[in-house]
Design a protein around this ligand. Structure first.
Ligand SMILES: NC(=O)c1ccc[n+]([C@@H]2O[C@H](COP(=O)([O-])OP(=O)(O)OC[C@H]3O[C@@H](n4cnc5c(N)ncnc54)[C@H](OP(=O)(O)O)[C@@H]3O)[C@@H](O)[C@H]2O)c1
Length: 304
């Protein structure tokens, strides 16, 4: 199975990366440290996760122990209140991570929010609705992000949570085609429309919440368990292998050492097994585990 895929910049990206969302302070440093010791070469971070300083502590210790910066692929993401000034968000992330550059920098969601609102991350109007930056589009945001590779602080840039509709709006305005689109993806949400569209444009899919996020029902899903039993592995390994077999980067999160190790294992699944996993959503229905907290229609067919 592929250890890595190639971005449209020509750079390789390891196919499995450790997710760090909801990895609590006090846990995330150990999780990243354990992952790096176990052989992970890819860490998925974000300004919004509020834990990049601890991720940075683990990276610093690993580098001190001989791991080379150039052997580790680090992603961060620009938060929505910074989409007029993404370099400022990137600078804060780099400072916390203790890095000079990230390998990939993503627009977290295509939804600019008021940078001068009543909260630095999630500004709201008095009626409780989200205070969006209606004078600054996701296209304006991307144009600002396009300036980052020239600074040397982001080797590649990409997007996250982009539907086909939003990418179709964006692409005619791009001087740099996004290298990746990080979206929720798993057997309950294959998102074939955006997957096919990205593939046709050379934009790599990164699967987030590949296990179904916290409290996932997919571990007990019969179709997943059947394949797991055949290979004598846990359901997590099947869900991770499913993504790599589809040519997607996969970003499982865990703070549990044994699971961090387990999640590195990628199996070659047969075409019959892949077909049976692909069929699950047709009988079980489509389920999304991560909803955008903005009250805006993003153009995903299952949601709007
Ligand atoms: N771009 C975006 O908007 C976006 C949105 C969501 C997620 N992401 C990225 O994608 C990453 C993964 O998504 P996610 O955090 O939502 O969830 P996930 O990786 O699908 O699932 C994580 C959950 O599964 C558990 N788990 C991990 N490995 C397991 C295994 N082998 N067996 C049983 N349980 C296991 C974890 O528990 P323990 O930790 O307790 O082991 C945790 O509760 C995030 O951390 C983040 O980096 C990006």
């Amino acid at each position: 199975m592929a250890d890595s895929f190639t971005l449209n910049t020509g750079v390789k990206i390891p196919s499995v990366g450790l997710g760090t969302w909801q990895s609590e302070p006090g846990q995330v440093k150990d999780a990243v440290a354990h992952a790096l010791k176990s052989g992970y070469k890819h860490i998925d971070a974000a300004f919004a996760y509020g834990n990049e300083a601890e991720v940075g502590e683990a990276l610093k210790e690993a580098f001190a122990a001989g791991v080379k910066r150039e052997d580790i692929f680090v992603t961060s993401k620009c938060w929505l209140t910074y989409l007029r000034k993404p370099e400022a968000c990137l600078d804060e992330s780099l400072q916390k991570l203790g890095l000079d550059y990230v390998d990939l920098y993503l627009m977290h969601w295509p939804v600019p929010m008021n940078p001068n609102g009543n909260h630095p991350m999630i500004p709201k109007h008095p009626d409780g609705s989200r205070d969006l930056d209606t004078e600054w589009s996701h296209i304006d945001a991307w144009k600002a992000i396009e300036k980052l590779p020239a600074t040397g602080k982001a080797k590649a840039i990409g997007v996250s949570n982009y539907s086909k509709k939003f990418l179709e709006e964006l692409l005619p305005h791009c001087s740099i085609v996004p290298a990746a689109n990080q979206i929720e993806n798993h057997p309950y949400l294959p998102q074939q429309e955006i997957v096919d569209f990205c593939t046709s444009k050379g934009i790599l899919i990164e699967a987030y919440s590949p296990l179904g996020s916290t409290g996932s029902p997919m571990f007990n899903e019969e179709g997943v368990q059947e394949v797991a039993k055949k290979h004598n592995v846990g359901p997590g390994t099947v869900l991770i292998s499913y993504q790599v077999s589809k040519g997607h980067v996969v970003l499982p999160k865990s703070v549990t050492p044994s699971r961090i190790e387990e999640n590195m294992k990628v199996l070659k699944l047969s075409s019959d097994e892949m077909e049976s996993l692909e069929k699950i959503h047709k009988t079980k229905g489509v389920t999304r585990f991560v909803y955008p907290p903005f009250g805006v229609k993003l153009g995903f067919p299952d949601k709007d």
